[in-house]
Design a protein around this ligand. Structure first.
Ligand SMILES: *Cc1c(COP(=O)(O)O)cnc(C)c1O
Length: 462
């Protein structure tokens, strides 16, 4: 054993080798020392436990190769790129949608340069960071003004905290949504310091239910879009128009959390209908909040549009400072919203809408291409088939609607072979994420962007 210990080189000597000097130049002194110390410690432990030296101590060249490998690994960003073949286009766990090329361009420009974020160039004085987007949203939605925050959850929190702290908010029992990630309407109310007053029943709420509980401590009437579930059968709910009329009678504002919402008519794109922001504004709702990274197809942010007097109050609440967006997100959001000025091009320009509206013929072509590529990789244990599948929008948008799609399914006699294959897919340079169902592994074609890169990766990597 002593002999083995003596074979371990000293740190000082290793650091003087030309290879080490080169690595210090490239990775920095402290990283090289730290990694070498770890390798030397590994050697000592290995001798104690197994009376052998680790294989990478065979000679100095091997040791330096190992050192370089570990140093390179430790520099890699761990948030990996993946191919989304789950069939859920806006998959929250996979980062939801992709930005348009224009949005990416604007964002990288804002990263590399100073921008006039809160600066009026002509007047040479301070302006407001939400100004340009607010002007665009006035044009797109007919609302008087807008306020931009970190996400829609933040938008809801800000509206509640600004107008309903220590006061009551009336919501239908049919709309007490939980959307995952611990966002529940009752909990958000508690966080904002307001009292939730539930009215009606799970399936039926009437205007008189709201009217009956209004009192001097009521802050506003609230609508929440039941984005991730649907109540069917003997149901009844109160429309925005009716609530607005009731609100006017008692001088109470009406606010609406739309969840995804949309700025364009999804039915014209042959997609399931989603409430439109413009319609809620036209119905007289005082404040409407919605997400920027659901159907809108932009970066993570939340938008509140509505009456200027109310937006001004949101803008001056201390929480707005906590929840505001940075220049990169605001640039990407502005670029995304500008696409809506040219609605005919939306499905080309916005990746989310592009994926959602791809024709089945198009998906068939991709499925065949993928099948060809994979059949060259996989041995006879695996059977490949192109099958009809049901994709979904995801992120709680239109939960009960399924989108017709196609998938490549893979079956195998032995379940263990299928599991091994899934593992293999996940260990590719850019992991492929699919789903298991009915003892098959499904690779859905509707949700995958960068299809050419997928094929290239599968052709190049063994
Ligand atoms: C998705 C959703 C939210 C939260 O939006 P994020 O942008 O994910 O924060 C809030 N309310 C409803 C009804 C939703 O569907």
């Amino acid at each position: 054993m002593q002999m083995l210990f003596r074979q371990i080189p000293s740190l000082d000597r290793l650091l003087k080798q030309p290879q080490a000097v080169e690595f210090i130049e490239k990775f920095g002194y402290s990283a090289v020392v730290k990694t070498l110390r770890l390798l030397l410690e590994q050697a000592r432990v290995s001798i104690q436990q197994t009376q052998t030296l680790p294989s990478f101590f065979a000679d100095e060249t091997t040791l330096f190769t190992q050192l370089e490998h570990q140093l390179t690994q430790s520099q890699k960003v761990e948030l990996r790129t993946v191919f989304n073949m789950t069939g859920t286009v806006l998959h929250t766990n996979l980062g939801r949608g992709l930005w348009s090329e224009k949005a990416v361009e604007s964002a990288t420009n804002a990263m590399r340069n100073n921008v006039a974020l809160e600066f009026d160039i002509d007047a040479g004085k301070r302006s407001h960071r939400d100004l340009y987007i607010s002007q665009l949203l006035q044009q797109l939605t007919g609302a008087e003004a807008a306020c931009i925050v970190n996400n829609n959850a933040a938008a809801v929190l800000l509206m509640l905290a600004t107008f309903a702290k220590d006061k009551e908010v009336i919501v239908s029992r049919g709309e007490l949504v939980e959307i995952g990630g611990a966002f529940r309407i009752p909990d958000i109310m508690a966080q904002a310091g307001c009292k939730l007053v539930e009215v009606g029943t799970t399936n039926r709420t009437h205007l008189k239910d709201y009217r009956n509980v209004i009192n001097e401590n009521t802050a506003f009437l609230m609508k929440v879009h039941t984005s991730n579930y649907q109540i069917q059968g003997f149901t009844s709910s109160v429309s925005e128009e009716e609530l607005v009329a009731l609100g006017q009678e008692f001088h109470l504002p009406v606010i609406s959390d739309l969840g995804s919402g949309s700025l364009t008519d999804m039915k014209l794109l042959n997609l399931p209908a989603e409430p439109m922001v413009q319609q809620k504004v036209a119905a007289g709702v005082d404040l409407v909040s919605f997400s920027c990274d659901k159907l809108l197809g932009g970066p993570q942010a939340g938008i509140i549009v509505g009456k200027k007097a109310f937006i001004d109050q949101l803008q001056s609440h201390p929480l707005k400072r906590v929840l505001r967006c940075d220049k990169v997100i605001l640039s990407a959001l502005e670029a995304t919203l500008r696409h809506y000025l040219f609605p005919e091009h939306l499905c080309q320009d916005l990746p989310t809408l592009h994926l959602l509206t791809q024709s089945l013929e198009n998906l068939q072509e991709k499925a065949e291409c993928l099948k060809n590529t994979l059949s060259k990789r996989l041995d006879s244990r695996y059977i490949l088939q192109i099958e009809v599948s049901q994709a979904q929008i995801g992120s709680g948008a239109l939960p009960t609607e399924r989108l017709p799609s196609l998938a490549l399914t893979i079956t195998s006699e032995k379940q263990s072979d299928l599991l091994a294959l899934e593992k293999q897919f996940k260990s590719l340079p850019c992991p492929i994420i699919g789903r298991f169902s009915e003892q098959k592994f499904w690779l859905d074609l509707r949700s995958v962007a960068q299809f050419d890169q997928l094929i290239e990766m599968l052709s190049l990597n063994p």
